[in-house]
Design a protein around this ligand. Sequence first.
Ligand SMILES: [Zn+2]
Length: 152
Amino acid sequence: MLSSNSSIAVLIVDGQHLFAPNTEAWRRLESGEELDAYKLFEPARGASEREFANRHADLNLVIEKSFSSWLRLVLVDLGGNFQRVHLEYLTCDGCGWKGWSGNPWVPDLYVGSPEMDQALQRAYDLELLDCPRCGEKLPRASIWTEPLSKTE
Ligand SMILES: [Zn+2]
């Protein structure tokens, strides 16, 4: 049972159980081991996403059970509230800033949640971020951007 597995924390987000493996459990998944009879989707994609999330205290990489495998999902910690995001590499039209951004408006993020429609609606109501350098509106919805120190 996953709920009694001490190497994997359970989070409930948008009414859905999501799982946060510890480093050792991630390594096992990335090497192709099964967890609860499912394998990680594209295990060979390796640790790059995990390392990216680890470098940012407000990001969490978790997994969700999909039809035939475990899918990775990035959550932004909004002061104790976890929000799903799709990470995108953006360029600001105003100043040319380039960096990673978290977009909560991608409907696919919410597939699997019993509150899919409500969760997407909550995402549309979130306050969006502007360019961290010049303050212009970013080309895509963003609730998280890489700190300037990491992108300049
Ligand atoms: Zn800008």
